[in-house]
Design a protein around this ligand. Structure first.
Ligand SMILES: Cc1cc2nc3c(=O)[nH]c(=O)nc-3n(C[C@H](O)[C@H](O)[C@H](O)COP(=O)(O)OP(=O)(O)OC[C@H]3O[C@@H](n4cnc5c(N)ncnc54)[C@H](O)[C@@H]3O)c2cc1C
Length: 715
């Protein structure tokens, strides 16, 4: 065993809101031995609401107002699951999703914000990330001179109207609609006056004193039967709690917010905590503002730490009134506290800028550099088999209906699987085994299965059966079984998509999570693809972009951004089935899949087997977003140097100084297929691959090999 404690408690942080980023930061700085932290986040980039108006005004880029949860989780040694939770099973302590296996927890902390409450046809300002994405649509959907209504006269609505007026100045008119007789109803009269002047200067008209009830036929409908003409309506009114929280049985108030004690613990479920907009502390009514979520962060971190250790929780009293600062635009801001005191001016705007910048800096990649070195969170385990019950439990839900060609599969529970191949077809077999490169066991299981099946597609075979072998690190209690179940559920999804039946499996305790498959495919003997079928004149076609090894090397170093990680995952999840089918349709015979040896290594294997040479056009090699920049900053996979040595031998010397060379030696997990295509068929094949949504490219050409000349040339 390495010194780390085995995983004893699973803490799931649901939602990457303002409180949870601080929990992550603190638990990352001082991890709790045996506590595994998993963040579940719908959006991998979480917005900081204080900077939203500056983004809308066009003063800063959206990235400057967002915290990258992939980097924060990596630095904090927390697992990140990029998915939207759709429910909770509090009795069996599981977070439920639409498209993936349930996630078990011992402790759950919820910071998912509030749910939008916009009527049909209107645009909700929440979730902020989605609203920002829709701003462009509003802009392009309206003709010049159009009118936009912002519904909601609180701080959020007023600030939003001012920011939009600035952004759309001279193009669209703005009207602010509010049910209250005054805007900023709870603010001091002086603050209301200043805000009214700012709205008038920005050209925002007011329609206040009657509630808005809906939006249809180019108008906001009001409670008194009148309407306010508007081409688009943005709803920034009171919000409600996400319905799935109350539906799960958590005690919630009448608006659906989780009722919590001063310890932030749910009043109904002792192992559940909540903070931020989605929580309501009895006796402390307060506006839904990010500042309260931010303040809750340190207390929540401390209490989650205490709950994991079975220690007493600390009580917290949020202030009744927080300082509100509202950007007026034109470099000015307005601040107030309670109903009596207010300030405004340029210096208030500078003050707000400093507060916002200080907060964002705490979660910037550089600031997190010193985190998380103390306690390795992963247990390295001891040898031995995982309990038979755990394996059976994980495999039983995967039992498929009986098939005549599977004589003994999972359902039979024999010592070995028995299957009868259809007459006239040949068996095509391969084996692959990967150490976990992602913390999400479900996604890792799915991608590993896609990766293993890739060998069959590279041979032109159809997947038939698979046997699994899994290594799971030692954890206490039920956790190993749960980890195995999530792993196998992800794999089962990919196998089912491929029409491949899982017929058996074996699991063992291991130093780290790992999964492998022995896969068997079926093919007509004359229809197999081969590495030795390249011919001079063939174009080389690659079906997926390269760079996965570089990105996966950047991930644990906290150097990989959420957007690039998301794109890499999408590529790894992509099966090669469609590409292989198109290869068959276009009569291709020479193919392989690009995996651990990198494009160069796998191509050189083909060139040797076919006794030909090739030229690669470096400018045509497709790259995953971020891969080239990371490679230039010195990030590469530990396998790259060995692959580079093979490339140098084939080139007869060092490669050109070109940035794409890093891609040639990059080991690809679940990479694409590489094929040799006759020049006349390559155009049609590329069009079909593009129509199927694959990022394929023609990357070079095959020519006759000549004695003593290099096998490979780079251009
Ligand atoms: C225009 C505008 C301006 C504002 N300006 C300010 C301001 O200047 N100062 C201020 O204090 N407040 C401001 N607010 C209010 C502020 O936005 C919220 O109070 C704040 O965002 C609440 O933080 P939170 O942590 O509770 O949730 P959020 O910040 O909403 O974060 C919730 C997170 O949970 C994730 N999530 C949600 N549902 C799920 C799910 N089912 N599964 C997985 N993940 C999920 C989301 O992706 C998100 O990352 C403003 C609001 C608006 C609309």
């Amino acid at each position: 065993m390495r010194p780390g404690a085995p995983i004893a408690t699973d803490l799931v942080l649901l939602g990457g809101g303002h409180a949870h980023v601080e929990v992550l930061r603190r638990l990352g700085q001082r991890p709790v031995p045996g506590l595994r932290v998993t963040l579940v986040a719908r959006e991998p980039l979480t917005p900081y609401s204080g900077l939203l108006p500056a983004v809308i005004r066009g003063e800063i880029f959206p990235a400057q107002a967002h915290i990258d949860l992939a980097r924060l989780a990596a630095r904090s040694r927390a697992r990140l699951i990029m998915a939207e939770a759709e429910g909770l099973d509090l009795a069996s302590r599981r977070v439920l999703f639409a498209e993936r296996a349930p996630l078990p927890f011992d402790l759950l902390s919820i910071d998912v914000g509030a749910a939008p409450s916009a009527p049909e046809g209107a645009i909700a300002v929440k979730p902020i990330g989605r609203f920002l994405a829709r701003l462009g649509e509003i802009e392009s959907g309206l003709s010049r001179g159009g009118r936009i209504a912002v519904v909601g006269g609180g701080a959020g609505g007023v600030e939003l109207a001012l920011a939009l007026a600035r952004r759309f100045a001279g193009r669209f008119a703005l009207v602010l609609v509010s049910d209250r007789p005054e805007i900023l109803f709870d603010a001091p009269p002086g603050a209301r006056r200043i805000a009214r002047v700012a709205l008038a200067r920005a050209g925002v008209s007011l329609a206040i004193g009657v509630p808005a009830t809906g939006f249809s036929c180019g108008a906001v409908c009001l409670g008194n039967g009148e309407t306010v003409a508007a081409d688009a309506a943005i709803w920034a009114t009171a919000v409600v709690g996400p319905p799935f929280l109350g539906d799960a049985g958590l005690a919630c108030d009448e608006a659906g917010f989780v009722k919590v004690a001063p310890t932030l613990e749910s009043l109904s479920h002792a192992h559940v905590f909540a903070a931020g907009d989605c929580a309501a502390m009895e006796g402390f009514p307060r506006p839904r503002a990010g500042v309260f979520a931010v303040r809750a962060g340190p207390v929540l971190a401390e209490n989650l730490r205490a709950a994991a250790a079975g220690r007493k929780l600390r009580s917290w009293r949020p202030q009744r009134e927080a300082l509100a600062i509202l950007g007026l635009g034109e470099g000015r801001a307005l601040a107030w506290r309670g109903a009596h005191f207010c300030l405004s001016g340029r210096w208030v705007a500078r003050w707000k800028e400093r507060i916002d910048a200080r907060w964002m800096a705490m979660y910037a990649p550089g600031a997190m550099g010193a985190m998380a070195a103390e306690e390795p969170m992963r247990c390295t385990g001891c040898g031995g088999k995982v309990g038979a019950d755990a394996l059976v439990e994980a495999l039983v839900p995967l039992v498929e209906p009986a098939r005549p060609d599977i004589l003994a599969g999972l359902a039979a529970a024999e010592d070995a699987a028995v299957s009868a191949p259809p007459p006239g077809l040949v068996l095509v077999q391969s084996v692959d085994y990967l150490r976990a490169f992602l913390d999400d066991p479900f996604l890792f299981g799915e991608i590993t299965a896609v990766h293993a099946l890739s060998d069959l597609y590279a041979m032109g075979a159809e997947p038939w059966t698979a046997l699994a072998i899994a290594g799971v690190p030692y954890m206490r209690g039920e956790k190993m079984a749960e980890e195995l179940a999530a792993l196998m559920a992800g794999a089962a999804r990919a196998l089912a998509d491929a029409g491949c039946t899982l017929t058996g499996g074996h699991s063992a305790e291991a130093a780290e999570l790992a999964l492998g498959f022995s896969v068997t495919g079926l093919a007509e003997p004359g229809a197999l693809f081969s590495k030795s079928a390249l011919r001079a004149g063939d174009r080389l076609v690659l079906t997926k972009p390269l760079g996965i090894g570089i990105l996966l090397a950047a991930l644990p170093r906290g150097r990989l951004g959420a957007a690039d990680l998301g794109a890499a995952i999408a590529v790894m999840r992509q099966s090669n089935a469609i590409a292989a089918g198109l290869f068959r349709r276009h009569g291709i015979r020479a193919a392989t899949d690009v995996t651990g040896f990198g494009l160069a290594g796998h191509l050189i294997e083909m060139l040797r087997a076919s006794n030909v040479a090739a030229r690669l056009d470096l400018a045509a090699i497709p790259a995953l977003s971020g891969a080239l920049q990371l490679a230039e900053s010195g990030i590469e996979s530990s396998l790259a140097p060995a692959n580079r040595a093979v490339l140098e031998t084939a080139l007869g010397g060092p490669p050109l100084a070109h940035r794409a060379v890093a891609l040639l030696v990059d080991p690809e997990t679940s990479g694409g297929l590489l094929a040799g295509v006759g020049a006349e068929a390559s155009g049609d094949l590329l069009s079909d691959l593009a129509a199927a949504g694959l990022g394929a490219a023609a990357i070079g050409e095959v020519f006759p090999a000549s004695e003593g000349a290099p096998r490979l040339r780079l251009m």
